[in-house]
Design a binder for this molecule. Structure first.
Ligand SMILES: [Zn+2]
Length: 98
């Protein structure tokens, strides 16, 4: 997936809904804060005009954004699940092919 495949409106809807199906598919770099987030971030969603949707955390970092401390887009996946205690249920929803 490259950046042009990311549909801004679809991404933003996922962010507003904290849609776990999009977790790992894109990251939201927030121009107003300099922070990047996962779609499921518990923080208040930024305005659409402040959002830059990128396909990977590495790209967000390259662009100079810092990882959000709430949704930890830079952390290994399992750590987040441990912290939130919703482990396997969410994992199954995210990776149905596994
Ligand atoms: Zn976040």
């Amino acid at each position: 997936m490259n950046t042009s495949d990311l549909n801004r409106e679809a991404c933003y809807r996922a962010v507003l809904a904290k849609d776990a199906r999009f977790d790992g598919k894109f990251y939201t770099a927030v121009l107003s804060t300099g922070i990047y987030c996962r779609p499921i971030c518990p923080a208040r969603p930024p305005k659409l005009e402040n959002c830059l949707f990128v396909p990977s955390a590495a790209i967000a970092r390259q662009l100079g954004f810092r990882a959000c401390l709430r949704c930890r887009p830079d952390a290994p996946y399992f750590r987040f699940e441990e912290r939130h205690g919703c482990g396997y249920h969410l994992e199954a929803a995210l990776y149905p092919a596994l």
